[in-house]
Design a protein around this ligand. Structure first.
Ligand SMILES: [Ca+2]
Ligand SMILES: [Ca+2]
Ligand SMILES: [Ca+2]
Ligand SMILES: [Ca+2]
Length: 505
C-alpha cells in the first residue's frame, strides 16, 4: 500500500474552514485501495494516533455602549476569567470573540472593562458545534442574552440580578440550566421595561456607579464583584473610586445602599424554571479518606474490607429497592413501570460490582478534581412523596477495586447495602447524597453501627416505617463539612444540574 497516497494525515480545520468536511471525504474517496470505511474508522475513532479534528470555531459579536477599546473577557460566576477568551472592542465599541467550537459557552458572564468602568452581560448558552463537520458560526450577543442590544449599565444590572437571584433561591450558578437563566433574565427585563420601581431603583444605582467609574487609572479594581458570597458591590472599589451610589450628594463608603436596593429588586421577579415531573438528577458522592470521622464521631478506616492499592478506583452499584411500589396495571403517578425499573437498574449497575465508575477528576458531575470526593450522577425516576405516597427508593453500595473485579477486596462492607429515598430535601431539584466510604453508621440498612445514643437501632428504616427513637438516615441530608461532627450544610451536587425543561406557557 502506498503510504503517501493513503496517508491519514489531516489538514487543519482552521485552514480549510467550512470546506474541510467535503474536502476530506473527497480525498478519502480518491484514495483507492485503502478502503473508505477503514480510513474513516482510522481517522475518526483511533484516538491514539489521529486525534479527532477540532470543530470549527464559533464567533460571538456584540457592542459595548460607549466602550471604545474596552477589554472583553468571559468569566464564571466566581469572576475567574476563562483562559484564552479575550478581545478588544473597536473605536465604535464593537467586538468579535472567537470561541472553541468544541465547548461553546454555558452560564457565563461577558465582561467589558475600560479602566475601572465595567459592563456585564449574561450568556446563558452559546451552543457548541454539533459535529466536527459543522461550519463556523457567528452569534450576536443580543440574540443570546435577553435585553443585551448592547452591553450597558442595564445589562450589568440584569447580570447582578440574575446572579443574586440564583444565590437567593439556594442554587449555584453552574447548577441552574441555561434555559432557566434565559427565562429569568427575560422575566427581570420585562419587569424593568414595565417600570417596576424596585428594579428601576436598582438599575439606577448600577448606572450611577457606571458613570462615576474612572475610565483610566488602576484597572485591577472594578465595581461589580462576581463571587458566591458577600456583596456584589466591591467594597475595595468604593475606597479607590469614591462613588455616590444614590446621588444624594454624599459619597458612599459602604455597600449598604446597593445591597438593600438589590434585595428589594429580587422580590420583583421570579426564578423561572420547570423540571422534569417524573425524573430527577441524583448525585451520589463518597469520600475515600483515612482518618475521616464516622457518624459516631470516631475515626474511620476505609480499608477495613478492601486493601489500598495505587491502581484501584471507586465504583458504585445498586438498583431500585424492593420497597418501591411497582405498577401492576396501567402506569400511575405513585408507582414505577417495569421499563422505568429496568432503565434505573441499568444506570445504577444492577448490582454488578466495579462496573459503574465514580469520578474524582472534575468530570461527570464531580465538583473538584483530586479532592478525594468521588462522584457519580444519574437520571432516575421520581415519584413525589405526598401524603400516602412513598418516593422512589434505591439501594446501592460503593466498591474500591479494578474495573470488572468481583466483590472480594472491593466492597466497602460485606453483606448489607445503603438505602436512599429519592427526595429533594433542600429544594435544588437534585438528590445529593454524600457519605464517607465504608462508614457503617449512616444509611446502611442492616448491622448499622450508629450508637444508640445517636439514634442508632442497628437497622435503618424508611422515615415512614421508623420509630421515634430510631433515626432514619435515608434521604439527602446536611453533612459535616469541616470535621467537627456537626452537620453544616447540604453537600454540593458538584457540576450536576437539575433536569430543567422549558416551562409551559
Ligand atoms: Ca450617597
Ligand atoms: Ca472530586
Ligand atoms: Ca437536593
Ligand atoms: Ca461541621
Amino acid at each position: 500500500m502506498d503510504s503517501r497516497r493513503c496517508s491519514t494525515s489531516k489538514p487543519t480545520l482552521h485552514r480549510l474552514g467550512r470546506t474541510w468536511g467535503a474536502a476530506w471525504v473527497a480525498a478519502s474517496l480518491a484514495c483507492t485501495g485503502c478502503g473508505v470505511d477503514g480510513l474513516l474508522l482510522t481517522e475518526f475513532t483511533r484516538g491514539d494516533n489521529q486525534p479527532m479534528p477540532d470543530p470549527a470555531p464559533l464567533t460571538l459579536t456584540g457592542v459595548v455602549a460607549d466602550g471604545a477599546k474596552a477589554e472583553i473577557t468571559v468569566r464564571g460566576s466566581d469572576g475567574e476569567a476563562v483562559a484564552g477568551l479575550t478581545a478588544t472592542a473597536s473605536d465604535q465599541g464593537s467586538f468579535a470573540l472567537t470561541i472553541d467550537g468544541a465547548s461553546g459557552l454555558q452560564n457565563r458572564l461577558l465582561q467589558a472593562r475600560l479602566g475601572r468602568r465595567q459592563w456585564l452581560a449574561v450568556i446563558p448558552l452559546l451552543p457548541k458545534q454539533p459535529s466536527v463537520l459543522a461550519p463556523a458560526q457567528t452569534f450576536r450577543l443580543q440574540d443570546l442574552s435577553p435585553g443585551a442590544l448592547s452591553m450597558d449599565s442595564t445589562t450589568s444590572a440584569l447580570a447582578v440580578l440574575a446572579l443574586a437571584k440564583v444565590r437567593a433561591v439556594g442554587l449555584t450558578w453552574t447548577g441552574v440550566s441555561s434555559s432557566a437563566l434565559t427565562e429569568t433574565l427575560i422575566g427581570a427585563h420585562k419587569q424593568l421595561l414595565a417600570g417596576d420601581p424596585a428594579l428601576l431603583a436598582f438599575a439606577q444605582i448600577v448606572a450611577n456607579i457606571h458613570v462615576q467609574a474612572e475610565t483610566a487609572g488602576s484597572a485591577d479594581q472594578v465595581p461589580l464583584r462576581l463571587a458566591s458570597s458577600g456583596s456584589f458591590l466591591n467594597l475595595a472599589y468604593l475606597q479607590v473610586n469614591p462613588t455616590d451610589l444614590d446621588m444624594d450628594g454624599q459619597v458612599d463608603s459602604s455597600t449598604a445602599i446597593f445591597d438593600a436596593a438589590l434585595a428589594a429588586a429580587l422580590q420583583s421577579f421570579t426564578f423561572k424554571a420547570c423540571y422534569e415531573p417524573r425524573r430527577i438528577a441524583v448525585v451520589i458522592e463518597t469520600k475515600l479518606s483515612e482518618g475521616a470521622l464516622d457518624g459516631n464521631c470516631t475515626p474511620l478506616n476505609p480499608y477495613t474490607w478492601t486493601e489500598k492499592a495505587p491502581n484501584k478506583q471507586v465504583f458504585v452499584t445498586g438498583g431500585i429497592h424492593q420497597d418501591t411500589l411497582l405498577c401492576t396495571g396501567a402506569p400511575a403517578p405513585n408507582c414505577l413501570t417495569s421499563a422505568e425499573v429496568d432503565a434505573a437498574n441499568g444506570a445504577l449497575g444492577g448490582w454488578v460490582p466495579n462496573a459503574v465508575p465514580m469520578f474524582d477528576d472534575g468530570s461527570h458531575g464531580d465538583g473538584k478534581a483530586g479532592d478525594g470526593v468521588w462522584t457519580a450522577k444519574f437520571d432516575l425516576p421520581y415519584i413525589e412523596a405526598v401524603q400516602g405516597v412513598n418516593p422512589v427508593r434505591i439501594a446501592y453500595k460503593f466498591t474500591y477495586g479494578l474495573p470488572g473485579q468481583g466483590w472480594t477486596d472491593a466492597e466497602e462492607f460485606p453483606g448489607n447495602q445503603r438505602i436512599l429515598e429519592l427526595v429533594d430535601v433542600d429544594g435544588d431539584h437534585i438528590v445529593t447524597r454524600f457519605d464517607f466510604f465504608a462508614d457503617e453508621t449512616t444509611n446502611k440498612d442492616k448491622k448499622n453501627g450508629l450508637f444508640a445514643s445517636a439514634g442508632g437501632c442497628g437497622e435503618m428504616k424508611w422515615p415512614s416505617q421508623t420509630t421515634p427513637d430510631c433515626v432514619s438516615d435515608t434521604r439527602e441530608r446536611k453533612v459535616d463539612l469541616d470535621g467537627d461532627c456537626k452537620a453544616d450544610g447540604f453537600a454540593s451536587p458538584g457540576s450536576a444540574t437539575p433536569l430543567a425543561i422549558a416551562c409551559p406557557n
